[in-house]
Design a binder for this molecule. Structure first.
Ligand code: IMP
Length: 175
């Protein structure tokens, strides 16, 4: 990835600091419970990997994969499930972990899907929130960073064609 195309928006150190705080808060909430953490793939994998290492809670990990049809830098809201969970979620405390909420359409779809499986509770945490672009109301328990309406990638999020996920910082494309 050529670094003259982007600026660092949130540094790796800043990301880790934010995640540590959220992890401590979630530890308090879930202490004494056995929960299921569901990273939403693909973008949520890196955030989830760091978050669970900051949670002192008995937990299992399941995965959901979602892709939305659309242009390269905008999602259409038409969601396709690419991977489903294997454990029953009925009666379980579920923590959904998502990289970014933009229009909210992907999250709304996935939350509805999980709720239809009758979990005891469902909380959603997101790393990044582009509030200005919201089209539907979604219930978000915790957000690590609110960001402006810019296309971002790195730290699990991809730019074009799936590249850029391995950058340790969150970067924004230059206008
Ligand atoms: P929403 O359905 O519009 O809320 O979009 C959520 C999904 O779109 C995320 O899970 C990402 O995959 C993708 N997305 C939205 N904004 C960005 C961005 O700035 N960079 C990378 N992916 C994004």
């Amino acid at each position: 990835m050529k670094s003259n195309n982007w600026d660092v928006l949130i540094s790796s150190a800043h990301i880790q600091e934010g995640i540590r705080k959220l992890g401590a808060e979630l530890t308090q909430i879930y202490t004494g419970r056995r929960i299921v953490v569901i990273p939403l793939l693909r973008g949520g994998f890196m955030f989830a990997a760091d978050l669970v290492r900051n949670m002192d809670v008995d937990l299992q990990i399941e995965f959901l994969g979602a892709a939305s049809y659309g242009e390269q830098t905008r999602s259409s809201g038409e969601v396709r499930l690419t991977l489903d969970t294997t454990l029953p979620l009925s009666g379980r405390d579920v923590l959904l972990v998502e990289d970014i909420v933009d229009t909210g359409l992907t999250l709304a779809y996935i939350q509805q899907l999980i709720k239809s499986r009758n979990p005891a509770s469902l909380r959603t945490v997101v790393l990044l929130d582009k509030k200005a672009r919201r089209q539907v109301d979604v219930d978000i328990y915790g957000c690590v960073f609110s960001i402006p309406d810019r296309f971002v990638f790195g730290y699990g999020l991809d730019s074009h064609g799936g590249f850029g996920r391995n950058l340790p910082d969150i970067v924004a494309l230059k206008d």
